[in-house]
Design a protein around this ligand. Sequence first.
Ligand SMILES: CC(C)(COP(=O)(O)OP(=O)(O)OC[C@H]1O[C@@H](n2cnc3c(N)ncnc32)[C@H](O)[C@@H]1OP(=O)(O)O)[C@@H](O)C(=O)NCCC(=O)NCCS
Length: 440
Amino acid sequence: MKGAVNKALAKADKVVTATAAKNTAAENSAAKSSATENNVVIMPAQLQDVPDLLRIDQLCFPYDAMSKRSFKRFIQHDQGDFVVIRRALPAQSEQTAQSEQTAQSKETAQSAKDSQSEQTSHNPILGYAILLFRQATRLCRLYSFAVDPELQGLGYGKQLMQYCIERGKEEHCLFLRTETKADNNQGLQFFDQFGFVHLGLREDYYDDHSDAIVLQKQLHFFDSANVPHLVPHLTQTTPFTCGPTSLIMALAWFGKPVYSPPHEELEIWREATTIYMTSGHGGCGPHGLARAALRRGLKAELWVSKPGPVLLDSVRSESKREVMSRVQEADINALQQAGVAIHNLDYSLAQLDDDLNANKLIIALISTYQFDSSKAPHWVLITAMDDEYVYINDPDDDLLPWQTITERQYLPIPRTIFEKAFAYGSSRLRAAVVLSNEPE
Ligand SMILES: CC(C)(COP(=O)(O)OP(=O)(O)OC[C@H]1O[C@@H](n2cnc3c(N)ncnc32)[C@H](O)[C@@H]1OP(=O)(O)O)[C@@H](O)C(=O)NCCC(=O)NCCS
């Protein structure tokens, strides 16, 4: 039994190191070819491209072709990025080189425009991509993507995909998602090369009633290059033990792995539960979790935006609230006697940054509303932060609709979204248990 946690944790550790690799081989080779050959241009689609687009689309997707009207709408309504790839005319290559070297003057801009219209009038398109950005979910959707069948296998698809990936990153999207026909082996092989993972099957998706496979590529990963020891990941085994599972991950990182995680998960829950909560078994409270951490040799500090017992708002029954209050009062008394600091203030991201820099880990209460509209309370372990993202080890196995199993360790959450998610209930309760190793 002893090896169980270490084995599970070591496996997770390895997974993240692998996923944190920067680019796939396909991305690298595409980047190399577009940088060195510079033989194509990728530019916004224009109305005069519609006949070419219709031809390519009908040849590539006879089972689900787009209409002329749809193409026009995408071009005219600026709904995302609709780009076409063409061979660069000699004039265009020179233009590009010139504008890269010198600041772009008004005349240069005008002549680039002229050159663009020249490209359009004499130069057929090789392929196209339609990218849609959804800011709320940080998803970037590849709505359609095709290369002229006569010109496939020549590297144009790779260059177009590289462009799409870069655009997704520029827009701070976390994921690039698309669908393709389940029997489109060529397409699936292409997406595999770029590191897309299969998320699931959508039955009866296309006009001809065939199925689609949903594919997704994560665009941003935690840069683990300078981190000697990643916080290992563990998945909770019950719906109500996110808090204990977060604590077990922290214990392992602080060099105090537990003997049997599935048993310890419930043991910690028995110690830290609020007994009741919204429905079913009560989850854990911040005070109980801090107390459980102390018992296991960690130092704890608490930031709870409201004094006294918490998480009572959604409990209608007076008698249940009374029990919840009593159990938390006992935890608060015990923490006070142990000299644990309890700050009844909002835990800020600046404080979070300080604590992470001081080698602390933070168990934080979030509301899942930002992710799945369900408003459930959920404990996660904050493991890192940078200028744009807060990284969490998410103990749940299906919290976010777009996640795969390897994406729950150092999962990047944009800071703006985290700020909103890091508060629970109508009273916007902010609770964080800051953990560190006891000084020797
Ligand atoms: C998928 C598609 C966009 C790839 O574009 P492309 O220009 O042919 O691709 P590239 O030449 O850049 O090749 C990139 C990789 O795709 C794969 N690929 C391309 N053509 C292939 C073929 N005929 N058979 C198997 N794999 C192929 C290869 O893995 C290739 O990598 P390699 O050159 O290292 O062997 C293109 O084939 C296409 O438009 N297909 C029809 C529409 C479609 O399926 N769109 C995607 C789903 S919406």
